[in-house]
Design a protein around this ligand. Structure first.
Ligand SMILES: C[S@@+](CC[C@H](N)C(=O)[O-])C[C@H]1O[C@@H](n2cnc3c(N)ncnc32)[C@H](O)[C@@H]1O
Length: 206
């Protein structure tokens, strides 16, 4: 985990300047998510990065706790929220394991472009499940490294050795869906534009 923090702290300035790869898909995911939100909802986002998505969701909910392993990402996110005049996001550094958050206190948890970076996905899903109120939703969007062409998969260890890529797990679509089911979620919505990230809205079964 220490390595992950170092990698993402270093990557933050470049990540902040990067453009959204598929703007149309991003907008659709925002709209689907906001269709579930209620104005009084308490939302947790883990791996919030530079805060762009939390800032766009903030007017649609009561409060967002936006968290990330990287202090540098959070510094950028806090500055962006301030500049946008958004006041209902609080930022906390940490991981799902390290953060002190009350059980069953969130109506929604967001994990966007982060599940593929976790070494222990089952532990993360169990924590998300515990943090959600009964009937709460878990919204994720995940790069499926297990489903990409073997050639690209073989390049990953080399890139990691050069410090150009972080740890990534090898999840495929079916594995992610069954891990969610095993963790006690019912998948309500799934959408994968082309070979892009798999967007899922899953509900904590009562
Ligand atoms: C690919 S970026 C995605 C950022 C943002 N969610 C987005 O969609 O633009 C991954 C983010 O997850 C964070 N991260 C990586 N591993 C993490 C972990 N174990 N716990 C929390 N955050 C983590 C990184 O610091 C980075 O900000």
């Amino acid at each position: 985990m220490k390595d992950a923090k170092t990698f993402w702290d270093k990557s933050a300035p470049r990540y902040a300047k990067s453009r959204i790869r598929d703007e149309q898909a991003y907008q659709k995911k925002l709209a689907v998510t906001q269709g579930y939100f209620r104005p009084d909802w308490s939302v947790l986002e883990f791996g919030c990065g530079t805060g762009s998505t939390a800032i766009l969701h903030a007017p649609h909910v009561g409060h967002i706790v936006a968290t990330d392993i990287s202090d540098t990402m959070l510094e950028i996110a806090e500055r962006r929220a301030r500049e946008a005049g958004v006041e209902n996001i609080s930022f906390q550094q940490g991981t799902l394991e390290s953060l002190e958050l009350a059980e069953e206190s969130f109506d929604a948890v967001l994990g966007l472009n982060v599940l593929h970076l976790l070494e222990d996905l089952d532990a993360a899903l169990a924590r998300v499940h515990g943090l959600l109120k009964p009937g709460g939703i878990f919204v994720s969007s995940t790069a499926l490294v297990g489903d990409i062409a073997v050639f690209w998969r073989m390049l990953i260890p080399l890139m990691q050795r050069l410090g150009l890529a972080p740890y990534v797990n090898r999840l495929g679509r079916q594995q992610l869906l069954s891990r969610l089911t095993n963790a006690g979620f019912g998948v309500e919505h799934q959408w994968q534009p082309g070979k892009g990230s798999l967007f899922i809205v899953a509900r904590k079964c009562a």
